[in-house]
Ligand binder design. Structure first.
Ligand SMILES: [Zn+2]
Ligand SMILES: [Zn+2]
Length: 292
């Protein structure tokens, strides 16, 4: 049980000082690049339409959507979850994106050997669970069964794990097009020759993922080279303490930052849908089985 990552009340001014404003997250979301699932044309999100059922597939035209349906219908599931949108809010968040970049730099050792001519590929598994940590811990410890969790309970987005994948075997045409566009966009923004990769975001227990292009900016490379860790709160003692910079510390920082956002400025909180609760139940079963 990770009590260290709970949020101390002293954290509020600190959160306000570093958190990305909602307005910027919204603006960032429309600038994000995605690619058409049929013809793989990559473009800014504002120019594409998404599948209204699963909210995870993007299309440049109705025609492409129609052509792709025979393949897409196999994995397309109606979703009542806000998770696809929260993934976009997460990626569009300047601070969280930066910390994700640092985690990726460490995962792929890009600070030692930056690669700019080939993509890197990672899978980021996310989960959503009740934002009341005490309540969530009771679920994990079996005090409350997931069946008892009420639909509409407030939940929050958290990163479960970040796993580097082999880009040689797992990049397909769609991801390659997205990578090319992300590289072009990074160059247009003045980040010439920086490493660019693809992160597949996947809900724990789900099949469908959303791919995002991520450019690694110099400040992320510098942070990784400096080895300077993040300040984390302790629930037990007032104040913050610096922890060594590791991939896991980056993920802990991201999760802690989201937990600190009591007013949902980051748009990473939601009312849990039945589907979210079912997935959480699947995820906690999984965690239990690891212990055996
Ligand atoms: Zn298309
Ligand atoms: Zn769909």
């Amino acid at each position: 049980m990770n009590f260290v990552n709970a949020v101390h009340p002293d954290n509020k001014p600190y959160f306000r000082a570093i958190a990305t404003p909602t307005k910027e997250i919204r603006a960032g979301r429309s600038n994000m690049s995605v690619s058409c699932s049929q013809c793989t044309t990559a473009s800014e999100m504002a120019n594409l339409q998404r599948c209204g059922k699963c909210k995870s597939a993007w299309y440049c035209s109705k025609d492409c959507q129609k052509k792709h349906w025979p393949i897409h219908k196999v994995g397309c599931r109606e979703t009542s979850s806000d998770i696809p949108k929260m993934m976009q809010n997460f990626i569009s968040n300047v601070l969280l994106n930066h910390v994700l970049q640092v985690a990726l730099v460490l995962a792929f050792k890009l600070h030692e050997k930056p690669i700019s001519d080939a993509p890197f590929l990672a899978r980021c598994t996310v989960s959503v669970h009740p934002s009341d940590m005490m309540y969530y811990m009771q679920i994990l410890m079996g005090g409350i069964s997931p069946e008892e969790v009420q639909k509409g309970t407030e939940g929050m987005f958290q990163i479960a794990e970040l796993v580097p994948l082999d880009a040689h075997t797992d990049m397909d045409h769609t991801r390659t097009e997205l990578w090319k566009l992300s590289k072009t966009m990074a160059t247009e923004r003045g980040h010439v020759g920086v490493p660019v990769g693809i992160v597949d975001m996947l809900m724990k227990g789900a099949v469908q993922s959303q791919s995002f292009g991520i450019a690694i900016y110099d400040d992320a490379l510098e942070r990784a080279r400096s080895g300077e860790g993040y300040e984390m709160e302790s629930a037990l003692f007032p104040g913050r303490k610096q922890v060594p910079l590791t991939q896991q510390a980056c993920i802990d920082f991201i999760n802690m930052h989201i937990r600190s956002d009591k007013k949902n400025q980051l748009r990473l909180r939601t009312h849990l849908s039945k589907e979210d609760i079912d997935k959480m139940r699947g995820a906690s079963d999984e965690e239990e089985s690891h212990d055996i």
